[in-house]
Design a protein around this ligand. Structure first.
Ligand code: NAP
Length: 414
């Protein structure tokens, strides 16, 4: 085969032919800041798969909040963190969701072969970590990282390098763009709702879902519904609330109707505390009204963090669980411990998912039980625009994708 230097976006080389360089939307430290200007297209040497890895020709990439953080360079400077760990590259190619075609495999790869149509999940880890070798959950390992955020060579490029265990069959019912949109948020939601027994969603369980029309929330609402639970969404405004209801939410609360958000006041300040408690009680009452009965949520699906945790702990049912995977509004969340111990509630951290949970969630999507909720598809050069919308909370409901090898949002296999 001739040696190719590079191809244009949307041009597919012959199967297995690897251009020397690839087009990528690249973040560099000197561009850290607003996402719209942090991502710039560059030609970068195409990486080679090492043992246990695969090179995937990216058809479409998903847009996630983590590369808003990568663009900003905070709370973690991902490039500096990797350089400290011994990697040489002074750039970041983000992207933690992909659909594509396996283009090459490294030694020892048996679960996929060149030509397979796949989606990638974003959990990577060192299989030789003693914790994993002893049967520990890999995503809890100290070696676990999020591909395309904590690692380089993500999906905002023509080729991405992944650990082969990240790859799962692409659901045939989906376009390339839709297939790139769901795994990061969906598998995270799946673990939050299924991974922490005994607090797994059972039929008729009531679940409060913050941001019920967002990336995580849209997946959570559908998972709860598919498992027979009763999802109640919280959104900013009726348009987003109606969207959550179309996905299966029983009802929604508009968080703009309340003002008690943020840190808890000092419990020694009776006036301030009572004022906060009034807001939290009003929220709880509104929750019962939407549900149609006086039942508190057995599971609260949390990710806003600082702004909402006090309310989440307050409204969670006795013996229930607040499960959290992010702190988008901040990390200094105040917990009134009285509610935690007297009412025996659980505050559980959760982070992405393991291979089995990703595979189980992928099957829910393939069976049509969960829709990826692809709302908008962007051209490759608009990776920064998509992340800017997300940064400003002005993005559409559901999940967004970027076309890389695929020609349009509808293109399917073949
Ligand atoms: P998203 O699509 O932007 O959805 C987040 C939703 O949160 C928004 O739709 C918004 O809905 C709601 N929200 C915004 N400000 C809020 C506030 N002050 N109070 C309550 N709700 C608020 O983002 P996403 O993809 O769901 O991700 C959300 C967070 O989870 C991000 O920080 C992301 O990095 C993190 N995450 C973590 C993992 C993990 O593995 N740990 C995985 C995926 C995502 P309304 O304005 O309608 O309320």
């Amino acid at each position: 085969m001739d040696v190719l230097d590079a191809v244009d976006i949307g041009v597919m080389p012959a199967l297995g032919q690897i251009p020397k360089r690839m087009r990528a939307m690249v973040i560099r430290p000197e561009r850290y800041g607003e996402p719209r200007s942090a991502f710039v297209e560059e030609l970068i040497d195409t990486p080679e798969p090492r043992a246990g890895e695969a090179l995937v020709y990216v058809m479409a990439a998903g847009v996630n909040y983590n590369n808003v953080w990568a663009a900003l360079g905070r709370p973690v400077d991902v490039i500096a963190a990797r350089q400290k760990a011994g990697e040489s590259e002074a750039f970041h190619i983000g992207g933690s969701d992909a659909s594509g075609i396996v283009w090459a495999v490294g030694d020892g790869v048996e679960n996929v072969k060149v030509g397979d149509h796949v989606v990638a999940h974003c959990g990577v880890w060192d299989v030789n970590d003693p914790w994993i070798r002893d049967g520990g959950d890999p995503i809890v390992s100290q070696t676990a990282r999020i591909w395309g955020y904590e690692t380089n060579w993500g999906s905002f490029a023509q080729f991405t390098r992944v650990q082969a265990h990240q790859l799962l069959p692409k659901p045939e019912n989906l376009s390339w763009a839709a297939a790139a949109a769901y795994m990061r948020v969906g598998a995270t939601a799946y673990r939050m709702l299924n991974g922490w027994p005994p607090h797994v969603v059972r039929p008729n369980d009531v679940v409060l879902v913050w941001g019920g029309s967002g990336g995580l929330g849209s997946q959570a609402v559908q998972i709860v519904r598919a498992l027979g639970g009763i999802p109640i969404a919280v959104t900013s405004g009726p348009e987003r609330g109606e969207f959550a209801m179309r996905l299966g939410a029983h009802g929604y609360l508009d968080r703009r109707d309340f003002t008690h958000w943020g840190a808890l006041p000092d419990w020694r300040d009776d006036n301030a505390y009572n004022e906060w408690a009034k807001g939290a009680r009003a929220f709880g009452k509104a929750f019962w009204d939407v549900l149609g009965e006086r039942r508190n949520p057995r599971i609260v699906f949390e990710h806003p963090g600082e702004s909402t945790i006090p309310t989440s702990i307050f409204v969670c049912d006795n013996g229930g669980m607040v499960v959290i995977c992010a702190g988008t509004t901040g990390y200094l969340a105040a917990v009134d411990l009285r509610y935690l111990w007297m009412r025996q509630k659980r505050l559980q951290g959760s982070h992405f998912a393991n291979d089995e949970q990703c595979a189980a969630f992928n099957e829910m999507v393939a069976r049509g039980e969960v829709d990826p909720c692809l709302s908008r598809t962007f051209a490759f050069e608009d990776v920064g625009v998509a992340h800017q919308l997300m940064y400003e909370n002005k993005h559409p409901e559901g999940n967004m994708a970027v076309l890389v090898g695929a020609r349009d949002a509808e293109q399917r296999d073949g």
